[in-house]
Design a protein around this ligand. Structure first.
Ligand code: AMP
Ligand code: GLY
Length: 436
């Protein structure tokens, strides 16, 4: 079978890498791909929002399955366009992708379905929004309703920054119409956990869990980014959480979708905050996470393709999902200026040295190849993943690989998975302490 992967980031490289291992896959095309996906197949110069071009390409090249990476083509209805032409595609249709495309819609659905989620108000008037924010405890969370490339969430530590963020979104339209409406939400402390769930209507199976690091700087400081690193499985995910996941989140949510006559097919990725043992949903994504995919797929045993196929066909009962016992850590290496104005076109060194390392996978994001050399071409440039028997060994190995790679202006967080290592040490110490 020939596959088409839509997108060109680290997530798409990880998807292409995993799917290339399937015995049923004869060729992989990536639109537009990057220097990493070019090693596994053919990059084609089509952008993810070019639905006409993608449909035409899939028809003309007898593509057996298209897998969509990013959120915007899903929200714009790419899946619907493929289905109209009877082309097979993995991902939710436009109506279901609203769960990610509108945070207000997701919040309303969660409220009706009784899914635990932080308290929030919805506003399109900046003065009313500021007044509401003033009644909450700081920090408060300000969220643009629509898609904003992962940057539409601001955690405002005080009134002045809340007013600034609200005016920026509503009055100055920093994110265009995506910020015309905002949510003002209570801030929750706790452990974050990203779930990756294969969903077909009311049936689902958990693919894996991960923990992302959204903020730019060490110690969770600085602006939110698309994600600066991740580890899998998420430490916070124990048996009790799994019970909450089924009973409090997935079942009521999928029931709520059915009440709205919305059929979800594809990967649902709820972002949770676990505070004092209670899981609440911060947001829904309707696609694989980036960089979560770069830690979940290296742990997935066996073939990914049949899992995607069974999800499309609603054959969830047949799914056998087995994960490697080992843990995975990925560290994102970014261009100077990211997540703001970035500098690109920098030559990357050290990739060959890393390719020799066992249990290390280098996933390309914003990269392109020219005359045999690899250059940076985007904000997030590489995701460097390592597997280990403990979170500490996986982390050490990932940073050992990162240490071999360089490009001008490159920066990365030094504390990816560090809190998990510390929590693990604490848990192990507590377990080995004599009981009194
Ligand atoms: P979202 O896109 O809604 O997941 O938000 C991006 C990031 O902002 C999350 O991964 C959290 O780190 C943070 N965040 C969002 N909502 C909240 C909240 N209510 N309380 C604390 N942190 C939040
Ligand atoms: N890493 C978070 C996301 O993919 O939205």
């Amino acid at each position: 079978m020939k596959l088409l992967i839509v997108g060109g980031g680290g997530r798409e490289h990880a998807l292409a890498w995993k799917l290339r291992q399937s015995s049923q896959v004869e060729a992989i095309f990536c639109a537009p791909g990057n220097a990493g996906t070019a090693e596994l197949g053919e990059n084609i110069p089509l952008l993810p929002n070019d639905s006409r071009g993608l449909v035409r390409f899939a028809k003309e090249n007898q593509i057996g399955l298209t897998v969509v990476g990013p959120d915007d083509p899903l929200a714009a209805g790419l899946v619907d366009e493929f289905q109209k032409k009877s082309l097979r595609i993995f991902g939710p249709a436009k109506a279901a992708a609203r769960l990610e495309g509108s945070k207000v819609f997701a919040k309303q659905l969660m409220r009706c379905a009784g899914v635990p989620t932080p308290m929030a108000g919805v506003f399109d008037d900046s003065r009313k929004a500021c007044r509401f924010a003033g009644k909450l405890h700081y920090p408060v969370v300000i969220k643009a309703d629509g898609l904003a490339a992962g940057k539409g969430v601001v955690i405002a530590p005080d009134a002045a920054s809340a007013v600034e963020a609200i005016s920026d979104m509503i009055d100055r339209r920093r994110f265009g119409e995506a910020g015309a409406r905002v949510l003002i939400e209570e801030f929750l402390e706790g452990w974050e956990c990203s779930l990756h769930v294969l969903v077909a209507g009311e049936k689902y199976q958990l693919l894996g869990t991960a923990c992302d690091h959204k903020r730019l700087q060490d110690g969770n400081r600085g602006p939110n980014t698309g994600g600066m690193g991740a580890y899998s499985p998420a430490l916070a995910c124990d048996a009790d959480l799994e019970k909450q996941f089924h009973e409090k989140i997935m079942r009521p949510l999928l029931h709520g979708l059915r009440e709205e006559e919305i059929h979800f097919s594809g990967l649902l990725f709820p972002g949770l905050m676990i505070s004092n043992g209670i899981a609440r949903v911060l947001e829904f994504n309707c696609r694989f996470g980036d960089p979560e995919t770069q830690v979940i797929l290296p742990r997935l045993k066996g073939d990914l393709l049949p899992l995607l196929e069974a999800t499309i066909d609603g054959r969830m009962d047949e799914l056998k999902i087995e994960l490697d016992e080992r843990l995975a850590v990925t560290v994102v290496m970014a261009s100077a200026g990211y997540p703001g104005q970035i500098e690109v076109g920098k030559k990357i060194s050290g990739l060959d040295a890393c390719a020799q390392m066992k249990n290390v996978h280098i996933f390309h994001a914003g990269t392109r190849r020219e005359n045999g050399d690899v250059f940076s071409s985007g904000g997030r440039v590489l995701a460097v993943t390592a597997l280990g028997n403990t979170i500490a060994t996986a982390r050490d190995l990932a940073y050992e690989a990162v240490g071999k790679i360089d490009f001008e202006g490159c920066h990365y967080r030094r504390d990816i998975a560090l809190a998990a290592v510390a929590a693990n040490v604490e848990a192990t110490d507590a377990a080995s302490r004599p009981q009194r």
